[in-house]
Design a protein around this ligand. Structure first.
Ligand code: FAD
Length: 551
């Protein structure tokens, strides 16, 4: 008699599941990012980008990201004896991730190594990290954006400059003198309004010794344990900007009471708090009553950073979707060989590629803005255009890329669910969609050279494609009406963004990418959904191109 050796409980085999996209170099697997790095003078940073690419693609970082989002931060308002401590407790994974991002200078590479391509290179680090764990990118982006603002004040820079540009992450919550590295936060939004900061109620009382004491509340304050942060409060002259240290030199917590942490839809690894100022000591930054201007300067930096970050999130989602579809079979074929899926993946891929070119072209303008007025103007008007459009398209990309995974994409064990929950945030903070469109209108009004600088950039691709030329001519005739009517601002910004993306693809991308982008988005009849590429496009090869090549 022969024995049945089949394990007793083995009733099925696991087949047809895609292997995890892990332990790969996310930079090496992203030809678009590599091309943008070369095109915009940042090739010197290749080694750093490969290092970060391997780091964010590693199983270790993917696990840290999972842990940091599952075991979310907690507010520790009091110690066990009832004394206020107002600290935040994190899972160790958060600190490890912060150590890696800061160690790779994701917050400060361009400030520490200024020169051609420096802004582009740093933005590429942010792009790569955002696809891995977006929560840590919040303090990173705020620190990056605050550095040039704090630099304008010699005394504050002397106090904080070395700490906030340091590549050492110091997780201890305590005064500056005890720290080896520091991060910067921003507490602007109050209950009555985050967009209209002229309504700020928090008050600042002059102490007569160069400091002010702040009183009032802030309704959203991410990273409330920041070593130092910028905030707004009202003085006799109006709304002014203040630099506030989290801890006083004496070692005491500054007068900042954490009321509670928000329970958020996404961005869960990061702590976002409601706080109250109870006489927090701060130093005024900039002129009294001109605080909104200072705050907006910081916003300008974070807004473009958001465009790069959202492009990174899109790329990660498209890479995951293409990878999954290359391995998963249904109805006798790999999903990536099914014609409808090819159209979906190709359409997603060109969206992500256009987002990346847009963001990095504008960072290149920031790199050149000191020496070129037209580049400064392009960066000024381009940053809100890119922030609006790339952030606006991200939730749509994420939803479609998640759907490519079928049910697996909706399950928390897969990173797609976390990325999906993150997707809408970038179009809310740092100026929600409408407010960003108003900023585009404001830049057109206040910077007479901004529109010509933008049109020059669009005209640089003139003659390369007849449909593009027609869309450009249509914009020219529609512009006078569009810029005059506030209610048309989204329409205006969307058109400018699409044309800017098309002009960049025509000059920098493969012919079939520019062709598909223009045919679908500029030649009439675009639904805005994915899988909408018209006939005649090589969707099969565009989809295959999106599959990350693992090294
Ligand atoms: C997770 C998270 C973290 C955050 N962290 C911080 C932080 O660290 N620091 C900080 O200061 N803030 C933070 N915020 C707040 C964020 O910046 C604000 O939520 C945002 O600026 C919008 O402000 P609001 O919520 O008050 O909305 P409102 O200002 O009430 O706006 C609501 C809607 O109205 C629209 N709107 C406003 N004005 C106009 C207009 N004139 N015309 C047409 N539409 C208009 C807006 O576009 C928006 O869609 C955070 C928010 C979130 C979700």
């Amino acid at each position: 008699m022969t024995m049945d050796t089949t394990p007793r409980y083995s009733t099925y085999e696991v087949t047809n599941q895609a292997p995890p996209l892990t332990d790969y170099d996310a930079f090496a697997a992203d030809p678009v990012l590599q091309a943008a790095i070369s095109a915009f003078g940042a090739s010197w940073a290749m080694d750093r980008l490969h290092e970060t690419g391997r780091c964010v693609g590693s199983a270790q970082v993917q696990e840290l990201a999972r842990l940091a989002n599952r075991f979310t931060p907690e507010a520790r308002t009091h110690d066990r004896f009832g004394n206020r401590i107002d600290q935040i407790a994190f899972h160790p994974a958060w600190h490890e991730l912060m150590g890696l991002t800061i160690g790779q200078e994701t917050h400060a590479l361009c400030w520490n190594r200024p020169g051609p391509g420096a802004q582009v290179a740093r933005a590429a680090l942010q792009y790569l990290w955002y696809g891995a764990e977006s929560g840590v990118c919040c303090p990173i982006s705020m620190t990056y954006s605050a550095i040039p603002i704090l630099k304008q004040d010699a005394a504050r820079w002397a106090e904080w400059g070395a700490l906030i540009t340091s590549n050492a992450y110091d997780s201890r919550q305590g005064p500056a003198a005890t720290k080896t590295g520091a991060t910067v936060g921003m507490a602007m939004t109050e209950t009555q309004g985050g967009s209209d900061l002229r309504q700020t109620q928090a008050l600042a009382r002059d102490n007569g010794d160069g400091t002010h004491s702040l009183f009032g509340q802030k309704w959203f304050f991410s990273v409330p344990h920041s070593d130092v942060f910028l905030t707004l409060a009202r003085t006799g002259e109006g709304v002014s900007c203040f630099v506030v240290a989290g801890w006083l030199p004496s070692g005491e917590r500054n007068g900042i009471a954490i009321q509670r942490l928000k329970e958020k839809c996404g961005n869960r690894s990061n702590a976002s708090a409601e706080i109250e100022f109870r006489g927090a000591i701060g130093h005024m930054l900039g002129e009294p009553g001109r605080g909104l201007r200072t705050g907006l300067a910081m916003n300008h930096n974070t807004r473009l950073d958001i465009a790069a970050a959202s492009a990174g999130l899109m790329r990660q989602a498209v890479a995951q979707a293409a990878h999954h579809c290359a391995h998963r079979h249904a109805f006798q074929r790999a999903l990536i060989d099914q014609p409808i899926m090819q159209n979906v993946l190709a359409d997603l891929a060109i969206e992500a590629e256009a987002a990346a070119w847009l963001a990095f072209r504008l960072f290149a303008a920031v790199d050149r803005q000191e020496s070129s007025e037209s580049e400064r103007l392009l960066a000024r008007i381009g940053a809100p255009i890119a922030k609006y459009w790339v952030a606006k398209r991200t939730p749509a990309v994420l939803a479609e890329a998640l759907e490519c995974h079928g049910g697996n994409g909706f399950i928390e064990e897969h990173a797609m669910a976390r990325h999906y929950r993150e997707a809408p945030l970038n179009s809310i903070w740092e100026g929600s969609g409408n407010v960003i469109c108003l900023d585009v209108l404001r830049s057109l009004e206040r910077e007479p050279g901004a529109l010509p600088a933008l049109l020059d950039e669009l005209r640089a691709a003139k003659g390369a494609d007849r449909r593009y030329d027609a869309a450009l001519a249509a914009l020219d005739s529609a512009l006078p009406d569009l810029v005059r009517q506030e209610g048309q601002a989204r329409r205006l910004v969307e058109r400018l963004a699409l044309l800017l993306q098309a002009s960049l693809l025509l000059r920098h991308a493969a012919h079939e990418v520019a062709d598909a982008f223009i045919a679908s988005r500029l030649d009439g009849g675009w639904s805005g959904h994915f899988g909408d590429l018209p006939m005649g496009m090589d969707a099969a090869s565009l989809a295959r191109r999106a599959v990350p090549v693992l090294s």
